[in-house]
Ligand binder design. Structure first.
Ligand SMILES: *Cc1c(COP(=O)(O)O)cnc(C)c1O
Length: 223
């Protein structure tokens, strides 16, 4: 069995039924994606439009591609035909563009709202208050081509497990707050995307439904 296949098996053993594994294949070649595919992995994450599009065109059509990175509005139209979930919606401007392009391409686009939970300044994402205003705007203005399916966040890159746990707890709190405010009757609003290679066990403990693991499957990335 290949290392990639072994890593996936190892992760699967730790996943409760309600948690899905997003194999983050960014910077890894199509052949590595195929190694994971051959042991049944179907959900893959990419963070750049120019990398996702050629991979999606080349690789099997039953792969579910997730866009996990920061998405620029001018890239939206290129990825819409290929992605099944956009993880990191972080502005009203972006949501408007996704809705517009999805309408034009006759798709309904599933999206998560990225909430800023880390201490680090550089991480993208909205505050809970900003996401409330955005969702209010969306609900009033009838965005018919997008479906908000939950929240996503990145914890601080630190050894301090307590801090990471608190940040994941806060994301779960945001999920419930938004659910109660806007999505009480929605069947779709159900996802909490949190946890990466170094912190996914904590994320699962705190209620993650989607973990995004890259180097833990494919090895360290060569940028
Ligand atoms: C790259 C990336 C990951 C995967 O990171 P690893 O540490 O390699 O598991 C997860 N989420 C996002 C948003 C990423 O950009």
């Amino acid at each position: 069995m290949s290392t990639i296949a072994q890593n996936i098996e190892f992760l699967r053993k730790q996943l409760p039924n309600h948690v899905r594994l997003v194999a983050v294949s960014k910077f890894n070649p199509a052949e590595s994606v195929m190694e994971a595919y051959r042991v049944g992995q179907r959900v893959f994450g990419e963070s750049q439009a120019q990398e996702l599009v050629p991979k999606a065109q080349l690789l099997p059509k039953d792969i579910e591609w997730h866009f996990i990175g920061h998405l620029q509005t001018n890239k939206v139209k290129y990825i819409i035909p290929y992605v099944s979930l956009i993880h990191a919606v972080d502005s009203l401007k972006l949501v408007q563009e996704i809705n517009k392009q999805a309408l034009q391409q006759h798709r309904i686009m599933d999206c998560l709202v990225q909430i800023r939970i880390a201490q680090e300044e550089t991480k993208y994402g909205m505050t809970l208050e900003e996401s409330v205003s955005m969702l209010h705007y969306i609900s009033v203005n009838n965005f018919t081509a997008i479906r908000i399916c939950g929240v996503m966040g990145l914890a601080t890159d630190t050894e301090d497990q307590n801090q990471v746990t608190k940040e994941f707890q806060y994301l779960t709190y945001c999920f419930h707050t938004l659910k109660n405010t806007f999505f009480q009757t929605s069947l779709y609003f159900s996802e909490i995307s949190m946890g990466m290679t170094h912190d996914y066990p904590l994320a699962i403990e705190q209620g993650s439904t989607l973990i995004r693991v890259g180097s833990g499957i494919f090895g360290e990335r060569a940028y």
